[in-house]
Design a protein around this ligand. Structure first.
Ligand code: BEZ
Length: 386
């Protein structure tokens, strides 16, 4: 306390405001991501992508050096409010970046909205975040759960499938992904004949696979990610369904998972806002730098982490590094076309990406683009009042 008073006195004598001194201090970034559980690998990729951008920007965001405070959120919604409050109140972070799981991120958004803390969501697609919880200080660098699902609904109808079953984890992300699929598929004449669910993060799929085999739908739409997606694809193949009932998915099914699936995912069609080896210079440079830095290939989560840092940098540059200048930060981000490895995109008024959703096919260890399923797909942002 005494040191702070002395510092403030010195600042006053030098004619420097406390605000500008704060802007000279390192920007404290709270990284609230999963380090354990089914989404652990996704958290690592997001952190890597974020740090790669910061390193390439000379170790700074918005002109300020960066200091990290890391917290493992365990993908546990029950701990989310306490965890983000700890980062804000005890660790006194300037900005929070997180997280992967929709239920955790929705709780984070609630606290960010109440406290005005700058929050960038680098994955979780919960409709809450850019819907009822939307706010000038909350941004998402990834997608809404509806977006990849909606795009696959269109693809499935175009392929002539009439009756599709869905399977996913029973929580917001899975339900919203299936909701997006159903919306587009049924609007184009298809019918979702059965919605199957397993509790998150369970990976006991056998009983439901037996049900799918008996139902004999034209195809199956699925949302799984991380370690759960590896197990699901392996089980689907082992159940002998891969050749008889085409498996479709939101791209998380095969993104960052193909190697561990050991060839069982070969040929799967998925929809996502990223694919391997896109034909743009930003992606080529990103993939090269990421591989050199981390000795592994990047995936969609790495891209979202990279773009989370990029969004912060754009906003904070415009605000002179001052995190409290929310209106300046929001105006700059909203006005910028973000040069992402996924291709250029803008943020909607609710701060969700408006972006192309690619149709990809799994070939070897890559998700190869075979077309754009929906161009510049927006999210309805239901319940967002700004
Ligand atoms: C989610 O919970 O929103 C989510 C988790 C993993 C991949 C995609 C979405």
């Amino acid at each position: 306390m005494k040191r702070l008073q002395t510092t403030l006195l010195a600042a006053a004598l030098l004619g420097t405001s406390a605000a500008s001194m704060a802007e000279d201090a390192a920007l404290k970034v709270g990284l609230m991501l999963p380090a354990t559980g089914t989404y652990a690998q996704l958290g690592t990729a997001i952190e890597n992508g974020f740090k790669l951008y910061v390193d390439q920007a000379g170790g700074k965001l918005g002109g300020r050096g960066v200091e990290y405070v890391k917290l493992d959120d365990e993908s546990d919604p029950a701990k989310a409010t306490d965890n983000i409050n700890k980062l804000i109140k005890s660790d006194k972070v300037d900005v929070v970046v997180g997280t992967v799981h929709s239920g955790v991120a929705a709780a984070m958004a609630k606290v960010a909205k109440q406290t005005g803390t700058l929050l960038v969501v680098p994955n979780a697609g919960s409709a809450m975040i850019t819907g009822p919880m939307c706010a000038p200080n909350i941004f998402r660098s990834s997608f809404s759960n509806r977006q990849p699902g909606f795009a696959m609904g269109k693809v499935a109808a175009e392929k002539g499938y009439k009756k599709v079953a869905t399977i996913t984890w029973k929580y917001g992300a899975g339900e919203e992904s299936v909701g997006g699929f159903k919306e587009a598929f049924e609007a184009d004449g298809g019918e979702v004949v059965k919605e199957l669910y397993v509790p998150f993060p369970n990976v006991e799929f056998q009983a439901l696979l037996t049900e799918i085999a008996a139902l004999k739908p034209d195809a199956v739409y699925s949302f799984f990610a991380g370690a759960g997606a590896v197990k699901f694809v392996k089980d689907y193949k082992a159940a002998g369904l891969m050749d008889s009932i085409p498996l479709l998915g939101a791209g998380f099914l095969t993104d960052g998972t193909l190697k561990a699936q050991g060839g069982d995912g070969e040929g799967l069609l998925t929809t996502l806002h990223y694919a391997d080896e896109l034909d743009n210079e930003t992606d080529k440079a990103f993939r090269k730098a990421y591989s050199e830095a981390f000795d592994t290939v990047p995936d969609v989560y790495a891209v979202q982490g990279f773009d989370a840092a990029q969004i912060l940098d754009i906003g904070l540059q415009a605000a002179g590094g001052d995190v409290s200048k929310t209106a300046d930060i929001a105006a700059a981000v909203e006005a910028t076309e973000i040069d992402s490895p996924r291709g250029k995109f803008t943020l909607s008024r609710a701060h969700n990406p408006i972006q192309d959703i690619y149709l990809r096919e799994a070939k070897g260890e890559e998700n190869v683009v075979i077309g754009v399923a929906v161009e510049k797909l927006d999210d309805p942002a239901k319940g967002c009042r700004l």
